[in-house]
Design a binder for this molecule. Structure first.
Ligand code: C5P
Length: 436
């Protein structure tokens, strides 16, 4: 099966693209030794599919289950799919590898699903069951795919455990939002097997942003005037989507926070759809943990109606006065945080590009501004653009080109300046997981 599910009829270019992404995953994972830890949650059934996908991609997989996990899916299922003995408790070590051997064997460890209890136990460094002990003993990079009820995920105890794990270099993949087995809806769903496959394969990518978590904003915002009308702009989202794609191709894990646009989410990129500037700010701030690069391409409203009407505004007088207030500045808000990711902003100008770009960089407090001239077939709704990149003490002009090619050049420039090669190797997973 292809990422995203081949059963769904999709346009030819989308299927071709999915196939290319799939092939890329196959190459990157071929021969890799993946140790998959499974803890006790209903999402364990998805891990069976993950094992199948990993094997199809050429990886060697060994499965380790907590006692609670075997209550959801039998060890035999994983044994059949992985073609290897499954480790459920210490006794299994006599039949196969010991826990230290197993810890050394892995190129990468993924715990999926990772329950709230498992995250707490990993954060504490417990070693009183086989899964926790192997995580503690292994020097391989470790990722967790949380899966739990939304209240458990949002509880301060879980938040603190996740922060601690991130600080120690553990990758936290997901969770996604949506309907949950408990009947509630919210954050806590384990990522889909294809998404985990993609994340794993990117961990082995040697791209210039390998393993770097990136958040990109794109598209316009809509600021309601009343229940049926809004203030918005002509942003197509094309530049932001091209950047999300370029960052993904450079090996980054990309979240795209997008206003309403007519574009499909790039394969392998997590997209969060929002409407207002406030929603965009909220979505971005919720994804700042672990984020190392923030690229703000969205054409966020500068002003929004101060008092959106609850009912549709009637046509009455000759004149209608709208009272506007400033909308939150997402880029400046992120740039003012500590710690904060590397921040890159955009500036659309009609004149004096360089002077305004430098001024905007300082005003927003960001590392880099990509300025573009708007008007006359350039900028908002066009497939082409030209950019002037400015940073402290320097600038570079990117000549008029397709947005997809400009995006690749911009990502290259960002990687060269702020994510030099040693950092890439570290992020690519060739490092001890507890390095800072
Ligand atoms: O201030 P101005 O709108 O010219 O700044 C443009 C840059 O700031 C872009 O990167 C845009 O995405 C970001 N921005 C923002 N929130 C706003 C306004 C702009 O993130 N409210």
């Amino acid at each position: 099966m292809l990422p995203g599910g081949a059963a769904v009829k999709r346009p030819f270019h989308r299927r071709l693209w999915a196939l290319l992404v799939h092939c890329r995953s196959m190459n990157l994972l071929a021969g890799k030794r993946i140790l998959l830890g499974i803890s006790g949650g209903i999402a364990a059934y998805k891990s069976a599919e993950l094992v199948r996908l990993l094997r199809a991609a050429g990886a060697e997989v060994r499965v380790l289950m907590t006692a609670a996990a075997t209550g959801f899916v039998g060890a035999q299922t994983f044994q059949a799919l992985s073609g290897q003995p499954v480790y459920c408790d210490w006794n299994d070590e006599h039949d196969a590898m010991g826990h230290i051997e197993l810890a050394r064997w892995a190129d990468f460890m993924l715990v999926a699903p990772a329950t709230a209890d498992t995250l707490a136990r990993l954060a504490q460094g417990r070693a009183d069951d086989l899964l926790a002990a192997v995580c503690l003993a292994s020097e391989a990079p470790l990722a967790v795919a949380p899966a739990m009820n939304r209240g458990m995920w949002q509880h301060p105890a879980t938040r603190a455990n996740v922060s601690l794990l991130r600080e120690r270099g553990v990758h936290v993949w997901g969770p996604a939002e949506g309907e949950q087995a408990c009947g509630e809806s919210g954050p806590g769903r384990m990522l889909e097997p294809t998404e985990l496959l993609q994340a794993l394969s990117q961990s082995f990518a040697s791209g210039r942003l390998a393993g770097v978590e990136v958040v990109v904003t794109a598209g316009p915002t809509r600021e309601p005037l009343d229940p049926v009308r809004f203030l918005s702009n002509r942003s197509s989202g094309k530049m932001g989507y091209a950047l999300a794609t370029a960052a993904r191709d450079a090996g980054a894990r990309v979240t795209l926070v997008s206003g309403p646009v007519a574009l499909e989410a790039p394969e392998g990129v997590e997209r969060v759809l929002v409407e207002t500037a406030q929603e965009m700010l909220q979505a971005v701030l919720e994804r700042m943990e672990g984020c190392r690069l923030f690229i703000a391409t969205a054409a966020v409203a500068d002003y929004r109606p101060r008092h959106p009407a609850q009912e549709k505004i009637k046509k009455q007088a000759d004149e209608l006065v709208l009272r506007l207030e400033p909308a939150p500045d997402i880029l400046a808000t992120v740039a003012a945080r500590t710690p904060r990711p590397v921040c890159v902003g955009f500036a659309a100008e009609t004149q004096e590009l360089e002077r305004y770009a430098h001024r905007k960089r300082l005003a927003k407090g960001v590392e880099m501004i990509a300025a573009n001239r708007v008007g006359a077939g350039l900028g908002f709704d066009s497939d082409d653009n030209e950019l002037l990149l400015v940073w402290e003490g320097g600038s570079r002009r990117l000549a008029r080109d397709r947005k997809s090619r400009l995006a690749r050049q911009l990502v290259d420039e960002i990687a060269t300046r702020y994510f030099p090669r040693s950092g890439e190797e570290k992020a690519a997973g060739h490092h001890a997981k507890y390095s800072a």
